[in-house]
Design a protein around this ligand. Structure first.
Ligand code: NDP
Ligand code: OXD
Length: 309
């Protein structure tokens, strides 16, 4: 009977165990720390595992990540030769698309200003800009960035994308690599971060980045707190160069009590809730991966530890 070790403090282990075993009755799911002999683990499904668990997985056939991001796995501690599969799941993608569209519309339609006006009992009409006149720039055009781009294109926005390769879906004007970043930022009135967190992208949302955006631009960070230099964003908001920000992720989570973001009138906070991995559909992706391995087929969504995503 193949054994899968599950470890995530952010998820309900019972729900995942049931969902996995229902799809694959011959799979035995053991929940950390009650995993018995770690040498028996052929598979692991992890979110923020302790180092001792990772080093015990040297003989595993695959490590699956509960999330799309794999920055919770220390790259230098991964057991050599064991493939790491990140979560790519239509439900996760759907949730992120909703989050992005919601926040783009919030800023595009001035809902953040109307909410403030309501608190002041103030009746004042603001200009209505057409979506075609609003340039939305997405940093990171992978699974989530491309899905968000398609939804925004469908609403009529002028969508631009920035990635390492510069490869884009139809209808999206692309910018590639470091050389394309300044031009991309210069035209983007709303910037959405959907990058993986790697040494190359850490602190990419910083003073120089904000300065390159048009005055009054909006920032949406749905990727990782490590992408953002929080003090630089606060300074850019206070100077008025950045109009407002929607932040889902933070350098320290939960966001500490008393942090200036909590009460900042131009900051909209969600508690790392942009999109949650659904145990039902997520378990389906993991079981599909296990079955591929068992059939001797190539695994999908395997990360490259040297690239970090
Ligand atoms: P993908 O791996 O599919 O896409 C990553 C994209 O980022 C690619 O387009 C890649 O470029 C680009 N990229 C990577 N490094 C660089 C770089 N140095 N410079 C420019 N572009 C770069 O990831 P997903 O779309 O699935 O997920 C993105 C991130 O979203 C996750 O890593 C995770 O951190 C975050 N996330 C957050 C959630 C939340 O609830 N807040 C939920 C789910 C995910 P190229 O195409 O050229 O390879
Ligand atoms: C993810 C996340 O990476 O939820 O999937 O942050």
């Amino acid at each position: 009977m193949p054994v899968l070790v599950f470890k995530s403090e952010a998820d309900n282990p019972g729900q995942w165990k049931r969902a996995l075993e229902r799809r694959m009755p011959e799979l035995e799911v053991r929940v950390w720390p009650d995993i018995g002999d770690p040498d028996e683990a052929e598979y692991a499904l992890l979110w923020k595992p302790p180092a001792e668990l990772l080093s015990a997985l040297a003989g595993a056939r695959a490590i699956f990540s509960v999330g799309a991001g794999i920055d919770h796995l220390p790259m230098d501690r991964l057991p050599p030769g064991v493939p790491v599969v990140r979560m790519v799941d239509p439900t996760l993608t759907e949730g992120m698309t909703e989050f992005v569209v919601f926040n783009v519309l919030r800023f595009h339609r001035n809902m953040h200003v109307y909410a403030q006006q309501q608190r002041e009992q103030r009746w004042r009409l603001l200009d209505q800009v057409r979506p075609a006149q609003r340039t939305v720039g997405i940093m990171g055009m992978g699974v989530l960035g491309c899905a968000a781009a398609r939804a925004l294109l469908g609403l009529g926005f002028d969508v631009r994308g920035w990635s390492r390769s510069g490869r884009m879906p139809d209808g999206v004007q692309g910018y590639g690599g470091d050389s394309g970043l300044a031009e991309f930022l210069g035209v983007s009135g709303i910037v959405i971060c959907l990058l993986p967190l790697t040494p190359a992208t850490r602190h990419i949302l910083r003073r120089e980045t904000f300065e390159r955006m048009p005055r009054g631009a909006f920032v949406i960070n749905a990727a990782r707190g490590g992408h953002l230099v929080e003090a630089d964003l606060l300074a850019a908001l206070d100077s008025g160069h950045i109009g407002a920000a929607a932040l889902d992720v933070f350098e320290t989570e939960p966001l500490p009590a008393g942090h200036p973001f909590w009460s900042h009138p131009k900051v909209f906070i969600t508690p790392h809730a942009a999109s949650l991995t659904n145990p039902e559909t997520g378990a389906g992706q993991v079981v599909e991966g296990i079955r591929r391995l068992q059939r001797g087929e190539k695994l999908h969504n395997v990360i490259d530890p040297r690239r970090g995503y």
